[in-house]
Design a protein around this ligand. Structure first.
Ligand code: EPS
Length: 392
């Protein structure tokens, strides 16, 4: 895997750190390229008080100089403004775990004496650095005219009507409102659903979709499980805090249909260009890109910090005790869209680098232009009989 990255940092600690290794030299990169997506991640209806405190801005402390990557590891840092209200304070232990969060599982695994040690690192605050790394990967992909975007398609039980809206239009409208839903009628209902859930001191999840356009065919591979791009994308999405499912296109809906209703007929035009009539495969066949847009749908559970509380146990006393919280997000789904985009950009940048090799953008460009495409002339089909020539 040419791209590797690490993140570190606690939600209320001094700050967040990331290292991205494997970016080639010669990619134009400024703090603003990253800050644009950091701002998008902080904007969206349904947040609690924390987003009023944090104003995330990136420091690029290595790997890019004078606005250009050097090929060295890229180190990134973001400050947690909230740290100053925690650093000189006596901390009241949290000993009643929230169902659904990593509170209890983390404490059992690591033997913590209080639950804050779990939640500090399990917090979705960490997604700041994924978005920062993803923004660099988006910049890399954009050098090859590949774009990654996302939008909300369902929030709580409100489902957007997107069936007749082309992908380009969905993406053009994804920032039209503060729930990131391209269907304006559904967006109003989603907004109302969040308003109500705030009153009810409860939380909401939903579904967002991430789309990659402009991909060449031939990224990923069918030959081994960990090289299959569909598996890599689904794993990346479900690794995001609170994501419980991901599917390639309408996979679960397609599971109930017949093959003739699901697969995309292949056609050829007079110039020998192959294409598919539809894109129900959502850009991937055999774990390899087809050249059509990739669409991944991601299911987010409702946030587990609920102001109304939930039934639980005080682990210090062993007594039944409801969870108690004063501050929480009510619905983080709109803010999760840039995080999903980031994870897709990271996986696709990795797959493209695997395919192209090279240490600099200038080396990669001609290799990209020479890639096999969906043309008959790109395929050496000689129509000759052959034998299974194994030495057995
Ligand atoms: C989070 C709880 C909230 C969120 C936080 C993730 O933080 P706090 O407990 O400080 O109110 O706001 O997300 C962020 C800080 C962020 O930048 O997205 C959690 O428990 O996962």
């Amino acid at each position: 895997m040419p791209i590797r990255f690490f993140t570190a940092g606690e939600s209320h600690g001094p700050g967040l750190t990331a290292i991205l290794e494997g970016m080639p030299a010669g990619l134009p990169l400024t703090a603003e390229d990253i800050n644009h997506d950091l701002r998008r991640r902080q904007k969206g209806y349904g947040s609690g008080g924390r987003m009023q405190i944090e104003k995330d801005g990136i420091a690029i402390t290595s790997g890019a100089m004078n606005g250009m990557t050097t090929g060295a590891p890229i180190a990134l840092h973001v400050q947690n403004r909230d740290f100053k209200s925690w650093k000189d304070r006596d901390i009241t232990p949290i000993t009643t775990p929230r169902p659904g969060h990593a509170d209890l599982t983390g404490a059992v695994k690591y033997g913590y004496r209080e639950l804050r040690l779990s939640l500090e690192r399990a917090s979705a605050r960490e997604t700041t650095m994924r978005v920062a790394i993803g923004a660099i990967c988006k910049k890399f992909l954009a050098a090859f005219d590949i774009r990654v975007d996302g939008y909300v398609s369902q929030l709580g039980d409100v489902v957007a009507d997107l069936d007749n809206m082309p992908l380009d239009e969905r993406i053009a409208r994804n920032e039209d409102n503060d729930v990131r839903c391209p269907d304006p009628v559904a967006a109003e209902k989603m907004h109302a659903a969040i308003r109500q859930v705030k009153i009810d001191k409860d939380t909401l999840g939903g579904v967002f979709e991430v789309v990659a356009r402009g991909l060449p065919p031939g990224l990923g591979s069918h030959v081994h499980f960990d090289r299959k791009l569909d598996g890599r994308l689904v794993a990346a999405m479900v690794s995001i805090q609170a994501m419980k499912g991901a599917e390639i296109g309408a996979a679960f809906e397609n599971a109930g249909k017949r093959g003739s209703q699901v697969h995309d007929d292949i056609i050829v035009d007079d110039a020998g260009q192959l294409s598919r009539r539809t894109n129900r495969a959502a850009g991937l066949e055999g774990g390899i890109t087809t050249g059509e847009p990739i669409i991944v749908r991601v299911a987010k559970k409702p946030i587990s910090t609920m102001l109304r509380g939930a039934e639980s146990v005080d682990l210090a006393t062993g007594e039944a005790n409801p969870t108690v919280y004063e501050r929480s997000d009510f619905c983080a789904l709109p803010r999760a869209v840039p995080v999903g985009e980031a994870m897709m950009a990271i996986v696709l940048a990795d797959a493209l680098m695997e395919k192209l090799g090279g240490d600099s953008i200038s080396e990669m460009k001609p290799r990209f232009d020479a890639l096999r495409r969906n043309r008959l002339e790109d395929l050496p089909m000689d129509n000759r009989e052959w034998r299974f020539g194994f030495d057995v």
